[in-house]
Design a protein around this ligand. Sequence first.
Ligand SMILES: [Mg+2]
Length: 426
Amino acid sequence: MERERLIFHIDVNSAFLSWESVDRLKKDPTALDLRTIPSAVGGDASKRHGIVLAKSTPAKRYGVTTGEPLAQALKKCPHLMVVPSHFEIYVASSRRLLKLLEEYTPDIEKFSIDEAFLDMTETIHLFGEPLAVADGIRRRVREELGFTVNVGISSNKLLAKMASDFEKPDRTHTLFPAEVPEKMWPLPIRELFLVGGAAQKKLESLGLHTIGELAHSDPELLALHLGGKYARLIHDYANGLDSEPVAERTAMNKGYGNRITLSRDVSDMEEARHVLLSLAETVGARLRADHVLCNQVCVELRDWRFHSSSHQGALHFATDSTSVIYEEACRLLEEFWDRTPVRLIGIRTGKISDHGFVQMSLFETEQDRKRLEMEKAVDAIRSRFGTDSVKRASFLAKDSLVDHAASKHKHLGNQKGDPHETDTDL
Ligand SMILES: [Mg+2]
């Protein structure tokens, strides 16, 4: 019998919007606090292009949702204040949060830009009672960093993550196994981690509407409809079972990725390349911000039937260059995509290494070096003047499907099973 673990899941409330707001207030203490009005972080607001990357709680009341086109959000809420995204601010804010959390345990897994798991099993005795420690973390984040987080507490990652999603903002919740029937089973099935829209529909067609109903369903029947691996996973999850360890710090380097659910199906190579460039921009910026290089690029697709596929390739030399990642991604896409209309496109990078340990390969040309210098300059300009201050010419096209620096930054971490939809509420 395994010893009971103590896991905290930290989730930033309305992350992009809060970080944007904190940054504005830092520069101008009299600035409007975006969190208090209907507002959204989106792309090019003046042209009504782009999608909602994050919205304030008041905007949520108008029905504004993450991922919807800005034009649609503005129809729901005409006085919605839309501000452009500043990705570098978010990376820096995420880092500050992680630094604070590192004071509590060395066992941290950065799960996404605004979420982290802390294994507190070995260190909790240094700080006190779990609830009081969690409240202390929340207070420190609020007072020292200016934004708020939810803390979920349990004995495994899944339940801690479910707990942090309960009432927001700035709250601590527990969800220990004994509390599962009361706190988790009444919830609609969609609330369960890794249950996306497609799985929800299938489960509902089987008469399963709550997490409790799923927990008590026949695993064999589930496997018939959802595939064995995924069925087992969500059946376990519904029963509160998860034995995944909090990945060690080195495992945080597993990969940097980004994917986006598109507002319509894409079957055209040009459009798909456009999306890849947008994704490569954010992935490259994150590699550069963390001073690491990748040696591997993977393209993932999900088609309109929610069938997922991916294709990966090794690079000749380690890189953090947007252009290199983009070109490799295009090459991979050409190789494996049969033009089945897709709804989701993603880029993942892997085999991450530190700058210090990398021997620049002979394959690296002077042109590559210049390109990289240019990209670093762009990063610097963007961090000062905003993501929209520099754009690639191809994004100036009128009917742009995606923003030039796409949203949805999702580390899959050491997540197992089918990467079904994992819509993160940023
Ligand atoms: Mg969040």
